[in-house]
Design a binder for this molecule. Structure first.
Ligand code: DGL
Length: 266
């Protein structure tokens, strides 16, 4: 008999950003079988149009459907901002979008001024602003884009070869710090990977890594749906849409990876 609880959970992002979510899921739900898809061929998502992203994410969801997953974790803010509402009713599995769930958690923190750092596409969509004020309309929110941070995390030096890394950090941090926020949401899953650099310019406790509340929410929701696995060994199958070697090298700074990810262009 097929037990739905035993089915895998899809987790995807454009690259290694989603690993900041995956590592928290390992703590919150340590018995699951995860299928991580890193769409490095289409990175950066933050520079894509809404239509392009809908096409891209539909293919990823179709792949997860073939894999018979019980849930898909959108470990990518940009696709949660632009695609979630378009596709949310088209599939049978549970779908967890990072922005909408983070906004719910942050709105419960009784803050007044919230900064959001995210990709160009996420900022232009105002998805954080809209989701946050839906829960608390008194919140003051400033959203700001940090386009080069994804390239820094993915070691795409060609994108910023003439620029100094400290200058890039400050260029994006200063305007959001000037807003005097109570907290700053790291609204792109790549950004928590830069915490060591960020904390040279601002105190670490100012920043919210959405992966913390997101993974806890997923744990509780799976539990409430009777779908959380509480037995068996943790397993992850990694897939990547280009250059498995580079992904393994970049990812292994943050996560143990025994084998090369499988190459899968969707
Ligand atoms: N890490 C993703 C996000 O949370 C996408 C970054 C990108 O590819 O631009 O938005």
């Amino acid at each position: 008999m097929d037990i739905i609880k035993d089915r895998p959970i899809g987790v995807f992002d454009s690259g290694i950003g989603g690993l900041t979510v995956l590592e928290k899921l390992y703590e919150a739900c340590p018995h699951e079988h995860y299928i991580y898809y890193a769409d490095t061929k289409n990175l950066p998502y933050g520079e894509k149009t809404k239509d392009e992203l809908i096409d891209i994410v539909r293919k990823i969801f179709d792949f997860y459907q073939q894999q018979d997953v019980k849930a898909v974790v959108m470990a990518c803010n940009t696709s949660s901002a632009l695609v979630y509402e378009e596709l949310m009713d088209d599939y049978d599995f549970l779908i967890y979008p990072i922005i909408q769930i983070t906004a719910e958690c942050v709105a419960e923190m009784n803050l007044k001024r919230i900064g959001v750092l995210a990709t160009n596409a996420t900022v232009e969509s105002h998805a954080y602003l809209k989701s946050l004020v839906e829960h608390d309309r008194m919140l003051l929110v400033k959203e700001s884009a940090c386009p080069l941070w994804v390239s820094m995390v993915e070691h795409k030096k060609e994108d910023y070869e003439d620029e100094d890394e400290d200058a890039i950090m400050l260029e994006y941090l200063e305007p959001i710090l000037d807003f005097r926020p109570d907290k700053i949401i790291l609204g792109c899953t790549h950004y928590p990977h830069l915490m060591n650099k960020i904390k040279r310019f601002a105190r670490k406790s100012l920043f919210i890594n959405p992966a913390d509340c997101f993974s806890e929410y997923i744990k509780k929701d799976l539990e409430n749906s009777g779908l959380r696995k509480t037995y068996g060994v943790l397993r992850t199958d990694f897939y990547v849409s280009s250059n498995p070697q580079a992904f393994k090298k970049n990812a292994s700074v943050f996560i143990k990876m025994k084998d090369l990810p499988q190459l899968l262009e969707l």
